[in-house]
Design a protein around this ligand. Structure first.
Ligand code: IPM
Ligand code: MG
Length: 364
């Protein structure tokens, strides 16, 4: 029994549709286990740009800062905000939240459900037994390095992005990966491009040093191109993967397909700030705003719902409640229900709301 405050930022595209179902699940868990989840909604992304002139306002940032956790839907992806002229981009909301809330560790677990092994484009015998966790560095690298700009020169335009890492930034994310691996199979794969990049050479040196403090955990190093190949060739070989921001972004879209669809993958973004209940965090499905299917009621809400389970586990320490949500999702999948993205011959296809209702029913 407890009171938890959550800032809910549904955002753009399918964000509001899937977050609505995640909130439904939270309410049901609250009633059943007598927790009070106090939810405050805020604007991010395109709606915020239109109403407040920026992708996330200072007031919304403060709301997030004052809560125990943030539940985030998706931003961006709508034509008109992608041109190089607009400085105000919906994605800025996400980057500002990650940076200012110091959420440097992004956890993206990939554990395909047995009943979905056939839904993946990868052969079921290759997938069976896959259970990996990508720990993506979230507040450094190309996303934040300066300079980062397109500029005019007498010879024409040029553009630059900067990949920058300090030893401290590498140390804390690698350490997070090692700590997490101790509750798993105690194997960390550090992914870099040390044959080319200086940031990667430093990354590898720091990873080696940190590894020395964890003699019980096995470490290996993979180049990012090799890793992207091994992920589809032999996914069961991985336990914890730790990598820098951009590599992690790319590898996790690939890894999502092991679970059948992007619509299945939750994530947690964590730092070190403690609240009265545990670690402050921001929780978001990894799939993004999917503008092509927005507003049609067919988006898969499972990633958003599993994201809530991660929130209960990591920020509130409510492990039993998190297990109950994950079991309910699995039960509905086992019963054969599928959203459009997981369509399989002979299995009933349901929409966003119906999938949410089935999962809520399976909770009780
Ligand atoms: C993700 C997304 C974001 C990222 C975008 C929307 C800025 O792709 O969370 O993986 O690149 O980090
Ligand atoms: Mg991404």
């Amino acid at each position: 029994m407890g009171t938890y405050t959550i800032t809910v930022l549904p955002g753009d595209g399918i964000g509001p549709e899937v977050i609505e179902q995640a909130v439904r699940v939270l309410h049901t868990i609250g009633e059943r286990y007598q927790h009070t989840f106090q939810m405050h909604h805020g604007l991010v992304g395109i709606a915020a740009i239109q109403a407040e002139g920026q992708a996330i306002s200072d007031a919304t940032m403060e709301l997030c800062q004052g809560s125990d956790a943030v539940l985030f839907g998706a931003v961006g992806g709508i034509a008109g905000y992608e041109g190089s002229k607009t400085q105000v981009r919906p994605e800025n909301a996400l980057l500002r939240l990650r940076k200012e809330l110091e959420l440097f560790a992004n956890l993206r677990p990939v554990r395909p459900f047995k009943a979905l092994l056939n839904a993946s484009t990868i052969k079921p015998e290759v997938l069976a037994g896959t259970d990996l966790l990508v720990v993506r560095e979230l507040t450094g690298g190309l996303y934040f390095g300066k300079p980062g700009e397109i500029r005019e020169t007498p010879q024409g335009r040029e553009a630059v992005d900067t990949m920058f890492y300090t030893e401290h930034e590498i140390d804390r994310i690698v350490r997070a990966a090692f700590d997490l691996s101790r509750n798993r199979r105690k194997k960390v794969t550090s992914v870099d491009k040390a044959n080319i990049l200086n940031t990667s050479r430093l990354w590898r040196q720091v990873a080696e040093r940190v590894a020395g403090e964890y003699p019980d955990v096995e470490i290996d190093h993979l180049l990012v191109d090799t890793c992207s190949m091994q992920l589809v060739r032999h996914p069961t070989a991985f336990d914890v993967i730790v990598t820098e921001n951009t590599f992690g972004d790319i590898l996790t879209d690939e890894a999502a397909m092991l679970a059948g669809s992007m619509g299945m993958l939750p994530s947690a973004s964590l730092g070190t700030r403690q609240t009265a209940h545990g670690l402050f965090g921001m929780y978001e499905p990894i799939h993004g705003s999917a503008p092509d299917i927005a507003g049609q009621g067919k988006a898969n809400p499972i990633a958003a719902i599993l994201t809530v389970a991660m929130m209960l586990r990591y920020s509130f320490g409510l492990h039993r409640e998190a297990d109950v949500i994950e079991a309910a999702v699995e039960q509905v999948i086992e019963a054969g229900y599928r959203t459009e993205d997981l369509k399989e011959a002979g299995k009933p296809v349901v929409g966003t709301q119906e999938m949410g209702r089935l999962i809520v029913d399976a909770l009780s």
